[in-house]
Structures are given as C-alpha cells and as structure tokens.
Design a protein around this ligand. Structure first.
Ligand code: 3PG
Length: 210
C-alpha cells in the first residue's frame, strides 16, 4: 500500500446509488485523497464500488465492512483492490489470502493483534480507534508488536488525525468524517473536497512527502 505513504487518509464512502458514489469519489479525489473504502452497508454498495472503479481514474478502491468469505468473493469479482473488515475473522482473512488481496482486519486487543500477526498480517485496522484506547493503546501495542502497522478508524476526525499519524506504527487513518451524509444529501460535493483537502494538509504537516 505504497500510495498510503503519500496520502495516509482513507475516506469511507457509504452510498445508496452509483451516481452519488461516483460524485463523492470524484470530490474526494479533487481534494487529493485517492485511496477510498466503499462500505458494504447498503443494498447498492457493490454496484457503487464497481461504478467508482469504472468511472474514476487514479483512485484505489477497496471494499469495507466485509464480514464473510462470500462477500470477499463478490467484491473481488467486481474489482475491489483491498478489503477492510471491522473484526478479525480467520475465514475472511484466508479468503483474501487465497485471492492475494490485501486485507485490513479489525483488532482492538493484544490477542487479536497476535492472532493477526500469526496469520501473516502486517497491517490491521484498529477499530473502533477512539473507544479502543486511541493513541495510548496504539503506543502500548507497538511496544510489543514492533512490526505491526495500524489503520485507526472509528472516531478519527480532523481534530485528532495528526495525533494518530504522528505514531510511526500508523499506516493511515480511515473514517467517515470526510463524507458527511448531510453534505452528500444536499449535493454539496465541494464540502467533501474541502474536507479531503484539509485532511491531506493535516497529514502532510505531520508526514512531509519530501
Ligand atoms: C468504520 O466502519 O470503520 C467506522 O464506522 C468508521 O467510523 P467513523 O464513522 O467514526 O469514522
């Protein structure tokens, strides 16, 4: 996931129709965020993901909230470039490995990090980051799981993004704060671009690219 080195912020897209999903993805890309997670929480989610892949150049698109091996198969067939799961499920991880798809499985305890490590994962989602102990918990994890990278998601916002990204163990942060439903419903995609631009500026401030 080299692209996350430059833009270590992953916006979540939850959409009911492909057109809105594509407009949201374009707005995020205009703000500089190019790694996008489409969450499987709506009937149309897989169609939305497929539409973004077909219609928006220059973005890397993954499927989030993937709970079952069957969903892994479906989104892989439709072109998902990575998988995100809220928890750590061995069958889901194996399905991703079988398809050579990167998976960011969710963890919030040392036992889960250790299981993920022993399944060969070297990057995991830390979820729900705020409730699971935030920055202090990640520091504690890193003191024992030196090689593991984390993607905190759940309670991340512009207000705490920099504190997460300041940790070397953090690969990137994910979240829905970049895609507020009210702005999407109002067709205010410029607001989405502004939020993306703001997040990227905050990230670059902590992690200069040159
Ligand atoms: C997720 O699926 O990772 C979370 O629901 C995102 O949490 P957030 O809405 O607090 O960003």
């Amino acid at each position: 996931m080299d692209m996350l080195k430059d833009t270590p912020v992953v916006p979540l897209i939850s959409a009911d129709d492909p057109d809105t999903a594509v407009r949201t993805a374009k707005a995020l890309k205009a703000g500089g965020l190019t790694t996008l997670e489409v969450v499987l929480r709506t009937e149309a989610a897989a169609n939305c993901m497929e539409a973004i892949i077909a219609q928006v150049d220059g973005v890397t698109v993954g499927a989030g909230t993937v709970l079952t091996p069957k969903q892994v198969d479906e989104v892989a067939r439709r072109g998902a470039q990575f998988i995100v799961s809220p928890g750590l499920n061995t069958r889901v991880v194996e399905a991703c490995h079988g398809r050579k798809l990167d998976i960011y499985a969710g963890v919030m305890t040392p036992s889960e990090v250790q299981l993920a490590w022993n399944m060969g994962l070297r990057a995991v989602k830390f979820f729900p980051a705020g409730l699971a102990g935030g920055v202090p918990m990640l520091k504690a994890f890193s003191s024992v799981f030196g090689g593991m990278k984390f993607m905190p998601t759940g309670g991340v916002s512009a207000a705490n993004l920099q504190s997460f990204l300041a940790l070397p163990s953090v690969l990137a942060c994910g979240g829905s704060w970049l895609t507020p439903q009210a702005e999407i419903d109002a067709g205010n995609f410029e607001a989405i671009t502004s939020l993306a631009r703001e997040a990227l500026a905050l990230a670059r401030d902590v992690r200069p690219t040159n």
